[in-house]
Design a protein around this ligand. Structure first.
Ligand code: HEC
Ligand code: HEC
Ligand code: HEC
Length: 132
C-alpha cells in the first residue's frame, strides 16, 4: 500500500535535494559581469547594445579594414558628437576604463584580445602623455 498524498511531495523534495548543487552553483557561477557605463555620461553606443554585445569584434575588424585597407577613417556620429573610427579614437573615448569595461567581460568569458600588444589602453596613453 502506498499513500499518494505523501509520495508525490516526497518525490519533489527528493529531486530538488539531489539536483540542489546543480542549480545552486548554476545561479552563482552564471551571473555575468555588469560592464561599467561610460564614465563620461554618454548614453548611446555606436550601434544598439544587443548588436554591440554580439558583434563588437566583427565591427572592430570592419573598422580596421576601413581605415587601413581603404584609407577611410570615416566618422561615426553618436548623439550629435563625431568620433573618428578607431579603437582609441572612438571606443575608448567613451569606454575609458578598459579594466571595468572590456576586461570585466573578457575575464569572465576567458578571452584575451591581443589588440593591446600594440594599441595603447587609455591608462597607458595617459602615462605616455605625462612622460613626454
Ligand atoms: C601588431 C600590432 C597590432 C595589433 C596586435 C593590433 N593592431 Fe590594430 N592597428 C595597428 C596599427 C599599426 C594600426 C594603424 C594605426 C593608424 O594608422 O592609426 C592599427 C589600426 C587599427 C584600427 C583603426 C584605427 C585606429 O587607430 O584604431 C582598428 C579599429 C584596430 N587597429 C583594431 C584592432 C583590434 C580590434 C585589434 C585586436 C583584435 C588590433 N587592432 C590589434 C597595429 C596593431
Ligand atoms: C559615444 C560613446 C560610445 C562609443 C564611441 C562607443 N560606445 Fe560602446 N557603449 C556606449 C554606451 C553608452 C553603452 C551602453 C548603452 C546602453 O546600455 O544602452 C555601450 C555599450 C557597449 C557594449 C555592450 C555592453 C553591455 O552592457 O553588454 C559593448 C560591447 C560596447 N559598447 C563596445 C564598444 C566598442 C567595441 C566600441 C568601439 C567600436 C564602442 N563601444 C564605442 C557608448 C559608446
Ligand atoms: C558585454 C561583454 C563585453 C564587453 C563589455 C566587451 N567585450 Fe569584447 N568580447 C566579449 C566576448 C564574450 C568575446 C568573445 C566572443 C567570441 O569568442 O565569440 C569578446 C571578444 C572580443 C574580441 C575578439 C577577440 C578574439 O580573440 O576573438 C575583441 C577584439 C574584443 N572583444 C574587443 C573589445 C573591446 C575593445 C572592448 C571594450 C571597448 C570590449 N571588447 C568589450 C564580450 C565583451
Amino acid at each position: 500500500m502506498y499513500n499518494k498524498g505523501t509520495i508525490i511531495p516526497g518525490l519533489i523534495i527528493f529531486v530538488l535535494f539531489v539536483t540542489f548543487p546543480i542549480w545552486f552553483n548554476g545561479f552563482k557561477a552564471g551571473t555575468p559581469p555588469k560592464p561599467e557605463l561610460p564614465p563620461g555620461g554618454e548614453k548611446k553606443c555606436v550601434e544598439s547594445v544587443e548588436y554591440m554585445r554580439a558583434n563588437h569584434m566583427q565591427l572592430l575588424d570592419e573598422w580596421r579594414d576601413n581605415v587601413l585597407r581603404d584609407g577611410n577613417r570615416s566618422v561615426v556620429t553618436v548623439e550629435g558628437k563625431d568620433y573618428r573610427k578607431g579603437l582609441q579614437m572612438a571606443c575608448m573615448q567613451c569606454h575609458s576604463n578598459k579594466e571595468k569595461f572590456c576586461d570585466s567581460c573578457h575575464t569572465y568569458a576567458a578571452v584575451n584580445p591581443y589588440c593591446w600588444d600594440c594599441h595603447l589602453s587609455p591608462k597607458e596613453a595617459a602615462s605616455k602623455e605625462e612622460t613626454r
